[in-house]
Design a binder for this molecule. Structure first.
Ligand code: HSE
Length: 319
């Protein structure tokens, strides 16, 4: 089986970018080298030598040896510019930016078709859990009826810590930030927006249904207070932020993100801390349950690594 040699141009060297760098050092079998890393902040101290970095994105775009762009930056608008420029110049792309992908899904599909280059984004949804590839490949001929689950690691971590260890909401959020789980703007997590972007990606891969973010309801965890926690404790329940999508009998899709009380019979009950859990229901397989770490440097880098590896197989992607 022949495999391409990959020369990576990396955008972003934060928590996940550095995680990917470390993970690649430990994966010698994969012939993929980071050739250049483009970062914004010239003064930030870096974990590796200065010669690896550039501050000019054209150093990456104009390098003919770079055949894969890996985009791991936080800013969705800047990510959009990078990803679209890369696709238009015929370079394959791996991205972890759920907001950017959810907001521009149709255009990104069209660019892939037009320029005959792949864009992979397994890390954008549930980090280490290979849910997109499962939806695309395994269920290809088995019709999905519903998909639901915990798709945001930070809020699950916060809910677990406030519930089990009586941490205040602020303390638990601070921990989630320190561990590198939360977005730079944590309202994206706590307000259920991050979960909604992931649900939009899941909707496209489950039902072929492409919706706009503004058309999906998301209620976050910010308004959960002592009363709700007390009620849950008294009744032996837990509170989970759940993204849900199902096909109605008329064929239409209903989808939303809401906090829910779950009881111990629910599979999501034991999905705690930074873990994500997704339950699919299909016509033939019936119910299946996926679980895995949903945020953090190495779990997210693992999904990026998996996309990079997929791009290296000639038979899988031509570009
Ligand atoms: N902030 C996100 C989360 C990171 O907590 O799930 C992973 O997408």
């Amino acid at each position: 089986m022949s495999r391409k040699k990959l020369n990576i141009g990396l955008f972003g060297f934060g928590c996940v970018g550095f995680g990917l760098y470390e993970v690649l050092q430990k994966t010698p079998g994969l012939k993929a080298d980071i050739r250049k890393i483009c970062v914004k902040d010239k003064n930030k101290p870096r974990e590796i030598a200065a010669e690896n970095f550039t501050f000019d994105k054209n150093d990456i775009f104009n390098d003919p040896k770079i055949n894969v762009i890996v985009e791991l930056i936080d800013d969705a608008d800047a990510a959009y510019e990078i990803v679209t420029t890369a696709l238009k110049s015929g370079k394959a792309v791996v991205s972890a930016n759920k907001k950017m992908i959810a907001e521009h899904f149709e255009e990104l599909l069209e660019l892939q078709r037009k320029h005959k280059v792949p864009l992979l984004y397994e890390a954008a949804c549930c980090a280490s859990m290979p849910i997109i590839r499962n939806l695309e490949e395994y269920y290809d001929n088995d019709l999905l009826e519903s998909i639901q689950g915990i798709v945001n690691g930070s809020t699950n971590y916060i809910l677990t810590k406030t519930f089990k260890e009586n941490l205040s909401y602020e303390e638990a959020l601070k921990e989630a930030q320190e561990k590198g789980f939360a977005e730079s703007n944590p309202i994206l997590d706590t307000g259920g927006f991050d979960a909604k972007y992931k649900l939009l990606i899941l909707l496209a891969h489950s039902f072929g249904y492409i919706a706009r973010p503004e058309n999906l309801l998301n209620i976050g965890i910010d308004n959960i207070g002592g009363l709700e926690l007390k009620y849950a404790r008294e009744k032996g329940l837990k509170i989970k932020l759940v993204a849900q999508a199902f096909k109605n009998t008329d064929g239409n899709i209903t989808a939303f993100v809401i906090p829910k009380f779950v009881d111990s019979a629910d599979r999501l009950f034991n999905v705690d801390d930074v873990f994500n859990g997704v339950i699919t229901k299909t016509s033939f397989a019936d119910e299946q349950f996926f679980v895995g770490k949903g945020a953090g440097a190495h779990p997210t880098a693992s999904a990026v690594l998996s996309d990079i590896s997929a791009l290296s197989y000639d038979y899988q992607y031509e570009y």
